[in-house]
Write a new protein. Structure first.
Length: 144
């Protein structure tokens, strides 16, 4: 399979196989008015299989915390005039803000409007986040 390169935009590479659509939803890429290529289960020497997203939008501001939350092994390449000008590696963020919302019905974020949904990383190994207000473990749904 041959996928054209993009001239100006972002390439998200080394996405764990099968997580490409999850990244797509978390980033809200369906709301963009540009081309987005989703490559699923591409062959990778390093990972065996991987997903790749190509976003053909020169001014798209990517949220690295979202990427780190969904899959901390993703690499981000910024493309200008067909050339990679910058590469970024994402990490598991220590805190996420307004990425997911707390599902605890007694949490203040459920009761009060306008309060930010903040989760702190409490177990890096198991990738567990807890709400800073009610300590509920993250089983939240996407805010985007």
């Amino acid at each position: 399979m041959n996928i054209d390169s993009i001239q100006n935009g972002i390439v998200l590479d080394h996405i764990t196989a099968g997580k490409g659509m999850e990244v797509y939803r978390y980033l809200g890429l369906d709301k963009l008015d540009c081309s987005v290529a989703i490559i699923k289960n591409a062959t990778s020497h390093k990972m065996g299989r991987k997903d790749i997203l190509k976003i053909d939008h020169p001014d798209y501001d990517i949220n690295l915390d979202v990427l780190g939350y969904v899959d901390p092994d993703i690499s981000v390449s910024i493309i200008k005039d067909g050339v990679t000008v910058e590469k970024k590696k994402v990490n598991l963020p220590e805190q996420i803000v307004n990425i997911v919302k707390c599902k605890n019905p007694r949490c203040i974020t459920t009761e009060e409007q306008g309060i930010q949904h903040i989760f702190k990383l409490t177990d890096k190994e198991k990738r567990i986040y807890r709400c800073v207000y009610c300590e509920a473990e993250n089983q939240g749904e996407i805010i985007v």
